[in-house]
Design a protein around this ligand. Sequence first.
Ligand code: ADP
Ligand code: NI
Length: 284
Amino acid sequence: MLFLRCARHLFLHSCIFEEKIFEILPRNTVAKTGGCFILIAVWDKEFCCNWKSIFLREVFYVYKMLEEQKNLVDRVREEVKQRFSGEGSGHDWWHIHRVCQTARAIGQEEKADLFVIELGALLHDIADHKFHGGDDTVGPRAAEKLLRELGLNNEDVIRKVVAIVKEISFKGAGVPTPMSSLEGEIVQDADRLDAIGAIGIARAFAYGGFREREIHNPEVELEVHSSFESYKKGKAPTINHFYEKLLLLKDRMNTGEGKRLAEERHVYMEMYLDQFYKEWEGAK
Ligand code: ADP
Ligand code: NI
């Protein structure tokens, strides 16, 4: 029987289910993706038989839909990979790849829409304000243009992905950066996790070098920015960036998993800074 054979990976899409599914099924058996529900596991045979006819009718449609989603994600990935390969400021393809991986893992934990997460993570740095004269409207427009060019016409998904690109960036210590969807919160956590820990340190110095900033200059005072405008204008040495951003991120994580992962990376940065200042003072 098709249904029983596919019981672990049955794909559903139905208006009735959208309203009813969480009443009928235990929450941990269902994941949401791009408006579809993936039935992860249903072990109750009697239940399966009652619902079999609806499942069979819907299975083909949803398989097709998921295949289309997967194709679109593959094309966006190819395009982004091409544009960002070899970039030298810490915003290269592998940064985006890591953000996708982390966001996917947190997204599964949080039972969020993995289609939106995947597209949001792939496109989050598509035209960052840092590389466009401080203009933070270029990114959301570029993301929307690319998605439409590649044939996406699900307006709800487009709106959510564009919002992620628009809202994700850090804007200064005193500037709140709320995300308008769970998927956005997850991609923001993944992006911020890649800004801290061992990789975050490497990226900060890569960016500092790219901008011809000093590694450290004890004569330049630390600044905590209270507006996005002053944060964007900052030209301080890279060590200062730890205090204006990196060390603040662990307390600005959105999800439980994000907070947990940030904790370990934060401790590593503190150890790194201790060692850095010891060496700065010279061997004793
Ligand atoms: P966001 O959009 O939140 O700024 P990004 O994915 O664009 O996140 O990456 C930001 C990273 O770029 C920082 O974590 C850091 O590694 C680097 N960066 C940005 N500004 C500076 C700076 N002033 N000094 C050093 N590194 C910086
Ligand atoms: Ni990023």
